[in-house]
Design a protein around this ligand. Structure first.
Ligand code: ADP
Ligand code: MG
Length: 879
């Protein structure tokens, strides 16, 4: 017999819990020792050996392993030494260790951030309603549910009003299921038929209810399939996808170049087979940026951490990058652009003048009636210990009543509430049904006045409404209808023929940071857009105050929006900056219209109905404080302070991450190309190789690899938020990155080739070893210090030099390692280097700085040109 065929009270008896009281602390402790915490077991971590294997089966590691094999073969069959094998082997080990260490570091940081988003639940314990973290639930707990909640455990329903639940996560059925409490006669066939049970992970779309918990954590239906969920693949960001392509292309180039060199060397210069192979393979290795994928992961992780510090929690890694590239931010008004601290300032009743609340002292009988009805149709409450529960609009009503020493609880003694038609953002009204002291019944409806079905519209109502709205007030009407007997028809039919008792006007001041954030968005080429359920006039008044609605911008209401075809909407979407009286479906159309224009759009949402829009937006943003569980689960990012300004902070961090990754590419890949050119040239000239495999590996893995990791820590450039966003299909190499890469490869080819030639052929006592040592030092040290000009778009200064400490430390380590190989005798021997003559040093040291100087000079001209274009576009603006 399952829980569905047993009564709720029977199950409560089993857990010895009183449904009105909840468990006691002692019972909770006892249950917890039996059932554990209410959490899904995390996917078991991948064991170390598996990660090592994964690393070693990477294409670059395979190439490296083959190189070691060939070196070993050489050591056995010829007089070549085992040193080569040891050195290449050591670098492979180092590469794997560094990669694993950095990845582990990143994973741990991310896991810590995940803990920032723990859902909470409302339970009855020891007779009082409390809010706790969902993991603390135990079997036997009495849990209260309302629309927007995510069900935190499996259980048997005890009460249900209008309760519907979306169980798609378990059943795949997208239609929400209506729930009830009656005991079923026979065991249901499936989860979808268990009408009196609720299941962990499903979403309450409507109504209220309570249930007794019967299973938690891995014992829930969700827990049973959790092993499946854990396996969902990690998504790659756009940049990561492009980088994989780039890496693939580089590897192909490397392999082709490697084969070419091998053939050249073997056939043209009759070098022996194994040596030629080794040269070819070392080239292939040299051309691949081994550390780039890890650097990207590190940059993204660092971005996630920085955003969390600035109150934006990332739920999907891809959002880190996408948020930096948005063109449009569509934001809810209430609570995000405004403070969500509402105060009723005006009050109006038919045939009466408008009342300022501040001037109101004694209530007339009509006012008394209006206030009573207002209170009856309100769910918010302030508890005796001063805690507020409920939405801001309703709390404003509670506070108004308190001022006159009125309380809903007292009203309900005379007018017991029989039923409720809850508020939802599509119909924008809510209604309650009450028994009256005289035995009649009354339905009270409160909400947007254009949605109230009034029997007749009082004179002046629209004037008063427009006047309130023009003053940026949010407007709520209260209306009623009496019935001699209890009405049984549908809510829609009951809420007709209403009589208006009054209008209230609520002020909700803008958040103080918002106007500055709006200006920042405009400067960054992003269009901020207001989306609200409020009336068009109210929305326009606030939007102009904060700078969203500017000269030339238009505002549109949901009703007008629905008149437009998709085509018309797409063509005109850019003209609108205010959308009023919108429904969640309208939000979806707005997103689609922008995306059809190629825009990347971020959209905020807080309600259950917003989930589809949050998923459709390029970046869906949920509210940490007022948002429902359902919206948070659908979002890519959560604002812990519900603040619009935080979105702009996230954009700034996102752009920094994007730029830093491009800088890492410039830093690493330019050297890889230089290495390919050098090898091709030297082998075709019959010089043998300028640099050998061990040296190339040392440069790529350590000298450039170590500083590369910390480019991701670079703070954003000052002009980050003064540039337009990068469009979706813009190539990685746009904005001159390709040119800069090519130029840097060329500079290094000339410098390294030049010093090699001098060291080997032209200096007195020249030798191949001396040439090679000079070439190695110039390429290794020159490419390390290049990190400074590359890491910032500004000219180098003392400030830009020192602001990234981890980078400076890693550069110091990298330089010390290179110098150690050049000076410590056994390392010198291992890397086939030699001592340089004084004249050789005189050539080498200046050459080391050649590339840095070139980079700074080209940067100077780039900045100049940018300034000029900025200047000319500013002139243009003035015309
Ligand atoms: P937003 O969150 O964008 O400000 P809402 O959908 O919450 O918009 O509100 C839209 C309209 O619905 C408001 O202008 C108001 O008239 C009405 N409304 C809002 N909250 C309530 C409520 N709790 N009860 C009744 N009506 C409400
Ligand atoms: Mg709202």
């Amino acid at each position: 017999m399952t829980h569905a065929t047993r009564s709720g009270s029977d199950i409560c008896r089993e857990y010895q819990v009183d449904p009105q009281q909840g468990l006691s602390e002692a019972q909770v402790d006892k249950q917890r020792t039996i059932a554990g915490t209410n959490e899904l077991a995390a996917a078991p971590p991948i064991p170390l050996w598996r990660k090592v294997i994964q690393q070693l089966t990477d294409i670059t590691s395979i190439i490296l392993l083959i190189a070691t094999g060939i070196a070993a073969y050489l050591a056995i069959t010829s007089d070549s030494s085992w040193l080569k094998v040891i050195v290449i082997g050591a670098i492979i080990v180092l590469n794997v260790v560094i990669t694993l260490f950095q990845e582990h570091h990143a994973e741990k940081a991310l896991a810590a951030l995940q803990d920032l988003h723990v859902p909470t639940v409302t339970v009855l314990r020891e007779g009082t309603k409390t809010t706790l973290p969902a993991p603390e639930l135990v079997p036997g707990d009495i849990v209260l549910l309302t629309a927007g909640n995510s069900v935190p455990a499996d259980g048997r329903l005890l009460t249900a009003q209008n309760l519907t639940i979306d169980e798609a996560i378990l059943t795949g059925e997208s239609e929400a299921i209506s729930k009830q409490t009656e005991t079923l006669a026979a065991d249901p066939d499936s989860i979808g038929d268990s009408f009196n049970l609720v299941f962990s992970g499903t979403a309450v779309t409507q109504g209220n209810g309570s249930f007794v918990v019967t299973a938690t954590g891995m014992h829930t239906e969700l827990g049973k399939i959790a092993t499946l969920l854990n396996k969902t693949k990690k998504q790659k960001t756009l940049l990561q996808q492009r980088l994989s392509q780039l890496a693939l292309r580089l590897t192909t180039i490397a392999l082709i170049a490697g084969v070419l060199i091998f053939l050249l060397n073997f056939f043209l210069y009759q070098d022996n087979m194994a040596d030629s192979l080794l040269i070819g393979i070392s080239l292939a290795v040299a051309a691949v940026p081994e550390t780039l994928p890890v650097i990207v992961t590190l940059s993204l992780t660092h971005g996630v951490r920085k955003m969390a510090q600035r109150r934006a929690i990332i739920r999907r890694m891809t959002a880190v990058e996408t948020i930096g590239n948005v063109n449009v931010i569509a934001s809810d008004k209430t609570g995000t652009l405004t403070q969500n601290k509402m105060t009723i300032t005006r009050f109006w009743q038919p045939e009466q003048p408008v009342q300022k609340i501040d001037d109101l002292n004694e209530l007339t009988p009509e006012q008394q009636q209006a206030f009573t009805y207002m209170g009856l149709a309100t769910n918010a409450e302030v508890t005796d210990d001063g805690e507020s529960h409920g939405d801001a609009t309703e709390l404003a009503i509670v506070h108004l009543l308190e001022k006159f020493n009125l309380h809903r609880r007292d009203f309900e003694k005379d007018y017991p509430r029989l039923d409720e038609d809850p508020f939802d953002s599509t119909k924008k009204t809510m209604a309650t049904l009450h028994e009256m002291p005289d035995g009649h019944y009354v339905v009270i409806v409160k909400g947007a006045i254009d949605r109230l079905q009034l029997a007749q519209q009082p004179k002046e109502m629209m004037q008063v409404h427009d006047d309130f709205a023009a003053n940026a007030l949010r407007i709520l009407g209260i209306a009623y209808r009496e019935f001699p007997t209890k009405p049984t028809a549908d809510w829609v039919e009951i809420e007709q023929e209403l009589t208006l008792v009054g209008l209230i006007g609520l002020i909700d001041p803008p958040r103080p940071e918002v106007p500055a954030a709006i200006a920042k968005a405009h400067a960054a080429g992003i269009k901020p857009v207001m989306i609200t359920g409020d009336h068009l006039a109210t929305a326009k008044a606030i939007a102009s105050d904060i700078g969203i609605l500017q000269a030339g911008d238009q505002a549109i209401s949901g009703a007008e929006l629905r008149q437009l075809s998709d085509r018309e909407l797409k063509d005109n979407i850019a003209d609108y900056s205010v959308f009023a009286r919108v429904s969640p479906e309208d939000k979806l159309r707005i997103i689609t219209a922008w995306q059809a224009n190629g825009a990347t759009i971020a959209m905020t949402g807080d309600g259950v109905n917003d989930a589809p829009a949050l998923k459709a937006a390029d970046v869906g943003i949920a509210m940490g404080i007022t948002g429902t569980d359902v919206s948070k689960n659908a979002a890519d990012m959560i604002l812990t302070d519900d603040n619009f300004a935080t979105i702009l902070d996230a954009v700034e961090e996102g752009r920094t991450v994007y730029h830093n990754i491009l800088k890492a590419i410039e830093f690493l890949v330019g050297v890889n190309f230089a290495q390919i050119f050098l090898m091709l040239i030297s082998v075709s000239l019959g010089w043998g190789t300028i640099l050998i495999a061990e040296q190339l590996l040392l440069i790529n893995v350590l000298a450039d690899g170590l500083p590369g990791f910390y480019i991701g820590y670079e703070p954003g450039d000052r002009d980050n938020m003064q540039q337009p966003p990068v469009s979706k299909n813009r190539s990685l190499f746009a904005d001159g990155l390709g040119w800069r890469l090519g130029l840097r490869a060329l500079v290094f080819t000339l410098l390294v080739g030049g010093v090699y030639y001098l060291g080997r052929f032209s200096l007195t006592g020249g030798s191949q070893e001396q040439g090679m040592t000079m070439a190695f030092l110039v390429l290794a040290l020159g490419s390390v210090i290049d990190v400074y000009p590359i890491k910032t778009h500004q000219m180098l200064s003392w400030r830009t030099l020192k602001h990234n400490r981890p980078l400076n430390i890693s550069v110091t380590i990298a330089i010390s390692l290179v110098l150690a190989t050049a000076f410590v005798p056994w390392l010198q021997q291992a890397f086939a280097l030699t001592n340089l003559s004084t004249s050789a040093w005189w050539i080498t040291v200046p050459a080391i700085f050649g590339s840095v100087i070139c980079l700074e000079i080209t940067k100077y001209f780039r900045l100049k040109r940018k300034q000029r274009t900025a200047q000319s576009s500013a002139d243009y603006d003035l015309d």
